[in-house]
Design a binder for this molecule. Structure first.
Ligand code: PLP
Length: 423
């Protein structure tokens, strides 16, 4: 009888996988290397270099400045419009701009200014540190006392839902959370928490960096107010790819971009000397968009739209469940802890495994076993599943190699205290 630890089982799952052919649409430079870091930097789609060549050689090389009138100016909205289909939003509710951190700053300040008589930002301690830094910076600038309430998670894995509900009150201007948190992969119930925030008269601002392209999102259905997210993870937009921001349509005219640059000006090319916000989402632009980078994002997003989020999410659940099954069979007895929710309903598309020697094991896994995960302190070996290109056999082999790194003590020669590398 076959069990889930048999390699044949993984191969059979790959053979039955209707999304399996999408893997060929990516550059796989080293087929021996198992890449489980698509949740930090997605693989390069085959279509991207072609799209970039064409942009550079034809649009830039030949059309030069005319390119701005031939589609470039609209690129942030056009590609943002594609992304809305992954987020459950209207085509005119998402625009591409800047980085996630900068967009968070813009929308956070806009939200705080829209609730001038309230003084609280509510968040949690699972949030991405940059988000907290932005909150601290925005609070300092506003010229009124802003209290940042950071609700602690009970266990470092699950979001503190009850604590958040308790913290949100009539003084709260905005609830700002990572929808899927970066270490454990816990995913909040967006609709439920948005309802709690709205009940108290607060706005919601979601960071979708680990959710976009990874889980099913319905921003409109949840009545979410504001959101930001990056495109270099599951959307495969490339290193430093521009971020996106979402503002619910009925809020767009009521909010103000604190970084009021010319691209958000009503008639930018009139070069008037007084800022007047553009109608709709355009006001959340600041400076000249990176057309080269947005072109790369567009090629990445096209693949997700072709595969369809329903199928991608179903495969992500099946694969993360499979990974957890292998952890239980092979790794739990070796001292690995599951640092992610076990129930798929509460989980994004990455799984964190903790171990007392996690950092050394992660280094050995990369150097000795040709598996590329990432590591998040104190003990999380973070394994990202990108269902567009991750195969079941890769998951099988990665966990088999992880087991071997520990049983053969291949990590013994790695130091416990090195710092400073990206993964
Ligand atoms: C959840 C989350 N938010 C924000 C950021 C920061 O994004 P950026 O560097 O685009 O500002 C990251 C980066 O990985 C992230 O994972």
């Amino acid at each position: 009888m076959q069990t889930i630890t048999d390699r044949f089982h993984a191969q059979r799952l790959d053979a039955q996988d209707e999304l399996a052919s999408f893997r060929q649409r990516f550059v796989i430079a080293d087929p021996e290397m198992i890449y489980l870091d698509g949740n930090s930097l997605g693989r390069l789609p085959q279509a991207t270099p072609t799209a970039l060549d064409e942009l550079v050689e034809t649009a830039w090389g030949e059309r030069l400045i005319r390119g701005w009138n031939e589609g470039w100016l609209e690129a942030p909205v056009r590609v943002g419009g594609k992304i809305t289909r992954l987020l459950g939003a209207q085509p005119d509710e998402v625009i591409m701009a800047d980085s996630t951190s900068v967009n968070l700053f813009k929308l956070l300040v806009a939200a705080l200014e829209a609730r001038p008589d309230r003084h609280k930002i509510v968040t949690d301690d699972l949030n991405f540190p940059s988000d907290l830094y932005i909150m601290q910076g925005a609070a300092r600038l506003l010229g009124r006392e802003i209290e940042l309430v950071v609700v602690p998670s009970p266990d470092g894995i699950y979001g503190p839902v009850a604590g958040l509900a308790e913290a949100i009150d009539g003084e709260t201007a905005v609830l700002s959370l990572s929808h899927t948190v970066f270490k454990s992969g816990y995913t909040y119930d967006m609709a439920a928490l948005t309802a709690v925030a709205h009940e108290a008269g607060a706005l919601t601002l979601w960071d979708l960096s680990h959710s976009a392209g990874a889980v099913l999102l319905d921003l409109n259905g949840a009545q979410a107010d504001l959101a930001v997210g990056c495109t270099y993870k599951y959307l495969n937009g490339g290193p430093g790819a521009p971020a996106f921001l979402y503002v619910r349509r009925d809020l767009q005219e009521t909010l103000h971009n604190p970084i009021s640059g010319w691209m958000g000006q009503r008639n930018a090319f009139d070069f008037g000397l007084t800022y007047e916000p553009a109608p709709g989402l355009h006001r959340f632009l600041t400076g000249t968009p990176s057309i080269v980078a947005i072109t790369a994002v567009s090629a990445g997003v096209d693949l997700l739209l072709e595969a369809g989020m329903d199928r991608l999410r179903a495969k992500s659940i099946a694969q993360t469940d499979y990974l957890i099954g292998l952890w239980q069979a092979w790794l739990e007895p070796l001292g690995f802890r599951l640092n992610s929710p076990r129930e798929s309903a509460w989980r994004g598309s990455h799984v964190s495994l903790g171990h007392d020697d996690g950092w050394r094991i992660a280094q050995a896994l990369i150097q000795e076993a040709h598996v590329l995960p990432d590591f998040r302190r104190p003990d999380n070996i973070r394994l990202g599943i990108a269902p567009l290109y991750t195969s079941y056999t890769e998951i099988h082999d990665a966990l088999a190699r992880l087991r071997q790194v520990v049983t053969d003590r291949l990590y013994d020669r790695y130091p416990a205290d090195t710092e400073g590398i990206v993964t």
